[in-house]
Design a protein around this ligand. Structure first.
Ligand SMILES: Nc1ncnc2c1ncn2[C@@H]1O[C@H](COP(=O)(O)OP(=O)(O)OP(=O)(O)O)[C@@H](O)[C@H]1O
Length: 289
């Protein structure tokens, strides 16, 4: 039986994912489309890894495989040395578009995983109170999803994923559908929760700024086939939430470096800290992919 090669919390080893090509059999067109090619990454316990890359480079496919919702064509993933073979409660998943149960209240949504784990009712209530509070939704426990704003629904999804205490959180563009101000608030809250709970987080985003603000490391994926181009260490100070880090020159440089990698330019690893990027480049690097 395959075993993990490291003691990383998450070990992604040589993941390939191919899909049948749509135009299969016509002329010389290839029969297969390679969505992910030889993707290997290790994530340490308590680490925050962000994944960025152009549309179609396989970010969601990789997250689905990590979640156990899809299988790789080859390669393996280990969590705590155990091979991932399907979905499990050791991983909390926050996907795009909320995916709350519309017939359940906020509290019932948050308690869902606890019900599956057969946690007694009184205990469930205490846990849901804690996480509803943690995401700032006190007073909304008995509301249904249709009575909430997009940002509030997203907070419920985060509380639901956290409530059953998974050690790993997998988040796919969780803040994509909210306005810019709410997004910054949710980023701050996620960092606060992460520091409080010590989870290991893999976070997919189109926003370079979001990735740099949140993560310890940013994995930059290239496309066609989807593969890891480089993993960038984000050596910016913490705690970052409720700070003015986003407007610092240091932050601008790191963001610019990731942007250059995505533009297929060689990253300036030793960027001079006191010189700012050109206005055009700085604006480009803040744009979503
Ligand atoms: N079930 C499928 N069948 C065929 N092709 C698929 C399937 N799922 C994904 N793909 C293809 O695999 C590639 C990667 O898709 P994926 O959704 O993982 O990309 P992504 O990086 O998450 O994109 P985006 O940033 O736009 O969400 C795309 O070219 C997509 O068309």
């Amino acid at each position: 039986m395959a075993t993990a090669a490291s003691n990383a919390k998450i070990e992604i080893r040589g993941i390939h994912r191919v899909f049948p090509a749509r135009n299969r059999g016509r002329g010389d067109s290839p029969k297969e489309f390679v969505a992910l090619k030889d993707v290997s990454l290790q994530v340490q316990k308590g680490e925050f890894l962000a994944i960025v890359g152009p549309s179609g480079c396989g970010k969601s496919t990789l997250l689905d495989i990590l979640a156990g919702l899809a299988k790789p064509s080859s390669g393996e993933i280990f969590i705590d040395g155990r091979k991932v073979t399907g979905p499990a409660l050791d991983r909390g998943i926050v996907l795009q578009g909320y995916a709350l149960f519309p017939w359940r209240t906020v509290r019932q949504n948050v308690e869902f995983g606890l019900e599956i784990k057969k946690v007694p009712k009184g205990e469930r209530r205490a846990v849901s109170d804690r996480f509803i509070g943690l995401v700032g939704l006190e007073g909304f426990a008995d509301h249904f999803p249709h009575e909430l704003s997009g940002g509030m629904k997203q907070r419920v999804a985060i509380a639901r994923a956290l409530a059953y205490d998974p050690e790993v959180l997998l988040m796919d563009e969780p803040f994509a559908a909210v306005d810019a101000q709410t997004r910054e608030t949710l980023q701050d809250e996620l960092l606060r929760i992460w520091e409080e709970t010590g989870k290991t987080i893999i976070f997919v985003t189109h926003s370079i700024e979001e990735a740099v603000f949140l993560a310890d490391r940013v994995a930059v994926l290239g496309t066609n086939p989807g593969a890891v181009k480089e993993v960038v260490d984000i050596d910016l100070p913490r705690p970052r939430h409720n700070s003015d880090l986003r407007s610092s020159a240091e932050f601008g440089w790191v963001r610019h470096k990731v942007w250059e990698l995505l533009q297929n330019r060689e990253a300036k690893v030793e960027a001079p800290r006191r010189t700012l990027p050109s206005v055009a480049d700085a604006i480009s690097s803040s744009v979503e992919l």
